[in-house]
Every structure is written in C-alpha cells, then in structure tokens.
Design a protein. Sequence first.
Length: 268
Amino acid sequence: MHAPPPDAPILFFDSGLGGLTVLGPTRALLPTAPIVYAADYAGLPYGKKSNEELAARVPALLGRLVERYQPRLAVIACNTASTIALSHVRAALDVPIVGTVPAIKPAAEMTKTGVIGVLGTEATVRQPYVDDLSARFARDKTVLRHGSPGLVTGAEAKLRGESVDPAVIARAVAGLRDQPGGDAIDVIVLACTHFPLLHDELQAAVGPGVRLIDGAEGIARRVAHLTDGQRWPETATPGIAVFTRSEDRPPPSLAALAPYGIGAIETI
C-alpha cells in the first residue's frame, strides 16, 4: 500500500455528533491531521434500527464517503455501528478501519465493588459482542446494562445549545441503579460516543463515588499508532463536517462545531 499524501484526511463516522468525543482526543495527538467528520442524520438514531438494516446501511454510506474524500483511515466513532457493522465495513472497503468498543476491560480493572454499569443505546447493549467482552475481561464481575435512547437525543440537544431534560439523565441512571445489585456500581462505561457529551450531567446524577469512563482516548492512540510515520500537513486547516440530508433534523451551527476544528459544513 502506497503512503498516503499529507492532505489525505482521517474520516470520522457516526450517526450524529457523538463521534466528536473521539475527534477531540485524536486532534490532540495529531494536531495538523486533515479531518472529515461525517454524521448520518438521515439514519439517526441507530439504536432503534435492526442489525440487518445497519449491516447494509453503514458499509454503503462509508463506501460513498471513502470514494468522495479519499481518507487515509476511517474511524467508526459509534459503538452501535461498530458492534454490528465493523466486519462488513472491513470486508467492503480497502482502507484501514478503526472501530469503537465499550470500555469494559478498563472498567473491570478499575472497579472495587466488582459491579460495573454499561450505558449504551438499545442496539449496543443487546449485542453478543458485549457478552463476549464481559466474558473475556469481566468474568468475575457483575456487568449491568441499560439502553438509553434519551441520552442520544439529550447530547444532540446540548450541542445545539439547548438545555438537557434532567428527567432523561435520571431515567438513564435509574435504569442501572434499579437493577438487582445496581446500588453497588462504582464504574459506569459510557458505551455510546454521544454520552461523554453529557459527562457533567451524568456525573452529578451518580455522585462522586462512581467513575465514568469511555474509550475515546484509546481510539485516539490507536489512530496515532496506525498512522505513525505518515506525513501530515505542516499546519492545521479547518476540517469538514458532512451530514446526510434529513428533512426534520438540520445540521448544527458552525459555531457548535468550531471548537472541534470544523470550518465548513456539507450535506449529501
């Protein structure tokens, strides 16, 4: 495989804006990397879709994006899309793909009580992939899961500058705490890239005795490792955000995306 040109971007893909929580740490490690951030607003929320639908939709859409933007590497910055479609995408595309997995392994190493909570979308928490991670890394722990579509909506609203309904946060936390053994949870895995956008609200709801973790830093390190030795531009240029066209969901303002290094918005 030929070395990519310096202006070949890193492509970040998510159903919405959650993948910005992965883009942030990656830009910190690779500050001049050209960025294309793609959000499938026409398909949001992924957590409500069937496995079959996502296994067909995600590779097809990523194929269009790869053809259009010629990235050196693509990050599926979405737990739901990764747990369902990652193998399909890798089979279909000739570009390195980095997926997103729930941070169950570090949570198992961190817990003192032996009880871990996993907050994700409904699609992610029902995946056999999560069973496998729990069996491999948390066999002697109790792993409680809860799917919260409301947190995805809340995170999108927060980035648009709207207030987050406290009841949504309370329901998500209660979904874990009200399960048998839930009062002993001391680590919660944020198994959806949208959820760290609500870190402060969730932390306030669970209290100081519970740690919240996600996989964004690990993904950023993986991207840096896979692109080690490649050439980058000398200076950073503003990235592009691409949104699939949705009748009822316009793209956010450029001001909301500017802190993540985005300087232009396109729709496809």
